[in-house]
Design a protein around this ligand. Structure first.
Ligand SMILES: [Mg+2]
Length: 302
C-alpha cells in the first residue's frame, strides 16, 4: 500500500532521477521514505501522490504563467538567427547541441535580448516553488512552435540559468486547438486571448491534481488578453540587434558565408530599427521586472 511507504516530516523536494530503494525524499513539510519492498516502477506514481499530498498541506497555491515575446525578452532577431542555423545543413544535426545553446546564451546576454532582472525573477520563482508556494511555472506564448523556435528558446533560457525552469510550454498551435475545441474566439483586436483555464486543464490532466482553485498569475506585455487569471502587465521590451556585427563578433569564421547567403535578412534587422527607433528601449534603463517582482512578491507572500 502506498500509505505504508509514506512518512511525513521535513526537507527538500523529491527528484525522480535520484530514486533508489530506501532513499528518503523531503521538502519543508514532509519526507517520503520508500522501503525495500517498493517496486521501482511505482516510484513515479508515488512521487506524484507525494506532490499532491504536499499541495494539500498548504492552503494557497499559485501557478505562474509567463509570456515570452516582448515580455521577458526581445527575440525577433535571435529567432532569425535560429532560422538561419536551421536552414544550414552544417548546423541541422546539432541545433540542440550544448555548443549551439551556449552560443545563443552568449549572444542573448551580451546583446541584452533577454530583459534585465529576468534572472532575478526566475530565481525568485524557483525559490517560491521550492517553498511549495508556486506549484508550476508555465511559458504561455502566442508564438508558433512549428519551426521548433519556442522549444529551442526554452532550452537556451534554461541553459542560461543552469536548471529546468518551465514545467509546461503553451504555444500558438496549442492555443488554436484549445479554442477550436471550446468553440471560442482565439483572437481579439490586439492579439491572442490567453485563457488561464487552459493551463488548469493541462495541469489537472497531466499531474492528476485539481488546480481549479489555484490562483494563476500571468505576466504579459498584453495583460488585457488574459482571461480567468490575475494579470500583471509589463511594458513591451524591444531591443535592436545589429546582426551584421553580431555574426562578425560571435561567428567570425562563418561571417563571410552567412553574409553572402543571408545578406537581405541580416541587414533587414538593423534597417527595421533605423526605420522606427523610438519603439526600442535602452536595456540599461529597463527595470520593469525589478518592480514587477516586488509586485508579485507582495501579491503572493502578503
Ligand atoms: Mg508578448
Amino acid at each position: 500500500m502506498i500509505s505504508e511507504n509514506f512518512i511525513l516530516q521535513s526537507t527538500d523536494p523529491p527528484k525522480i532521477n535520484n530514486i533508489t530503494i530506501h532513499n528518503t525524499f523531503h521538502n519543508d513539510d514532509m519526507t517520503l521514505v520508500l522501503d525495500e519492498n517498493t517496486d521501482e516502477n511505482q516510484c513515479d506514481e508515488l512521487l506524484l501522490t507525494f506532490d499532491n499530498l504536499k499541495i494539500t498541506e498548504n492552503s494557497k497555491k499559485y501557478i505562474i504563467a509567463i509570456d515570452n515575446d516582448e515580455c521577458i525578452g526581445s527575440w525577433s532577431d535571435l529567432s532569425l538567427l535560429y532560422s538561419i542555423f536551421q536552414a544550414e545543413k552544417m548546423y541541422k544535426k546539432s541545433i540542440h547541441d550544448d555548443e549551439i545553446l551556449d552560443l545563443f546564451v552568449d549572444i542573448m546576454v551580451k546583446t541584452s535580448c533577454v530583459r534585465p532582472f529576468v534572472k532575478d525573477f526566475f530565481d525568485k520563482m524557483i525559490e517560491l516553488k521550492n517553498k511549495n508556494i508556486v506549484f508550476k511555472i508555465v511559458m504561455f506564448t502566442a508564438a508558433s512552435d512549428s519551426t521548433g523556435w519556442v522549444s529551442f528558446l526554452c532550452k537556451v533560457l534554461e541553459r542560461w540559468i543552469g536548471m529546468n525552469f518551465y514545467d509546461e510550454i503553451i504555444h500558438q498551435e496549442m492555443i488554436d486547438e484549445w479554442h477550436l475545441f471550446n468553440k471560442s474566439d482565439c483572437r481579439n483586436k490586439i492579439g491572442y486571448i490567453k485563457n488561464m483555464n487552459m493551463i488548469r486543464e493541462i495541469i489537472n490532466f497531466k499531474y492528476k491534481h485539481n488546480t481549479d482553485h489555484f490562483e494563476i498569475i500571468a505576466i504579459d506585455d498584453r495583460p488585457q488578453n488574459i482571461v480567468n487569471g490575475i494579470s500583471i502587465g509589463v511594458s513591451p521590451y524591444f531591443v535592436a540587434m545589429n546582426m551584421f556585427e553580431v555574426i562578425k563578433y560571435f561567428m567570425p569564421t562563418k561571417h563571410p558565408y552567412l553574409m553572402s547567403r543571408y545578406k537581405k535578412q541580416i541587414e533587414g534587422c538593423w534597417e527595421r530599427y533605423l526605420e522606427n527607433p523610438s519603439i526600442y528601449i535602452k536595456s540599461s534603463i529597463d527595470s520593469e521586472f525589478y518592480y514587477k517582482l516586488e509586485h508579485i512578491e507582495k501579491l503572493i507572500i502578503k
